[in-house]
Design a protein around this ligand. Structure first.
Ligand SMILES: [Zn+2]
Length: 322
């Protein structure tokens, strides 16, 4: 397990090479097995010496008889019948980067004091697979950045992404999900959907969610972290805000739309109070709340729609244009 928790450079727990030759994939819902239709892996080859994944072929099955080949996957067992998988690409690796657009401007160059040994030391430890050693150094660098740069300055976002990656590599899924959920929309806005940094964040949160094992498990994990941190850090601490924001989002993905609206309202209120109304993180919480309201209006029950209407009124969130 020591090796598994520190595989570097790929989407956890896959190594860099296995990540490059595959793409994110969510395992089929096991509930369909009840109807006799299911899926099953066959074969077991090309075991990777770095991450221990192996190539298996997925077949659709009917009453346990394979009927159709659905593709090849890299699989790592995570105990019992559970596993994480990535779909193999037909044409592996070397996907050319899109023609590089101009990088967004950063205020970093105006703050020479930010160029110190801490970040370099953190990068060295990360490269040497010492995530536990790298984490406090990245956190120190991030605190220095956030003191003088905006939370969504390109330089700040890059350090934030590193912190999220390191938390994921150390197996702290709840904290990693909190960061990834917060920074992904910021990365999309600042760098664009297609940028490498955005892709790393999307892969990261997918990987963390796969490891946790579904929205319900994720809700439980995030609630546990929230209870713990709220007592010691208070409701408006940035980490508590991140965790509550992520809890609101996963509650939304789990289909509990009214509850999601309430959790995200609380996050927004505390964000305004703790960070300020126009802080980039507060903006992200506001967007999440709006998303939950839109979903509640479209798909919610009467109670969900009432909660959405009240939230829109309180926070002056315009209904979606039809
Ligand atoms: Zn591997």
């Amino acid at each position: 397990m020591g090796r598994m928790t520190d595989v570097r450079g790929g989407v956890y727990p896959f190594c860099r090479a296995c990540t490059a030759s595959s793409t994110a994939w969510r395992a089929p819902d096991s509930a369909t097995r009840l109807s006799g239709i299911g899926s099953r892996f066959y074969g077991h080859r090309d075991v990777c010496p770095d991450c221990g994944s192996s190539v298996r072929t997925l077949y659709s099955t009917f009453l346990l008889v394979p009927v159709a080949r659905r593709g090849r996957y890299r699989i790592i067992r995570t105990g019992g019948r559970s596993y994480v998988g990535r779909r193999l690409l037909d044409r592996p690796a070397a996907v050319p980067n899109p023609p590089s657009l101009e990088e967004p401007p950063s205020e970093f160059k105006n703050h020479p004091e930010l160029v110190d040994a801490t970040y370099e030391e953190a990068e060295a430890r990360w490269a040497a697979r010492d995530s536990a050693g790298a984490l406090p150094l990245y956190e120190t660098s991030l605190a220095a950045c956030e003191k003088v740069l905006k939370a969504d300055d390109p330089a700040t976002l890059q350090v934030r992404l590193r912190v999220a990656q390191v938390l994921l590599a150390t197996g702290d899924y709840a904290s990693a999900i909190g960061w990834f959920e917060l920074i992904t929309p910021q990365l999309v806005r600042v760098f664009g959907e297609e940028h490498d940094l955005t892709r790393i964040a999307v892969e990261g949160v997918t990987g963390a969610q796969l490891m946790v094992g579904g929205p319900r498990a994720e809700m439980k994990l995030l609630s546990g972290l929230l209870d713990e941190d709220e007592k010691t850090l208070g409701r408006q601490h940035p980490k508590v805000l991140r965790t509550r924001g992520a809890l609101g989002r996963v509650t939304m993905f789990a289909g509990q739309l009214g509850v999601a609206v309430q959790v995200l309202e609380m996050t927004l209120a505390d964000g305004i109070e703790g960070l300020g109304a126009d802080h980039p993180d507060t903006e992200t919480f506001r967007s999440s709340l709006l998303e939950a309201c839109d979903l509640a209006d479209d798909r919610g029950k009467k109670k969900d729609r009432e909660l959405s209407a009240a939230a829109r009124h309180r926070w002056t969130l315009a209904p979606k244009a039809n």
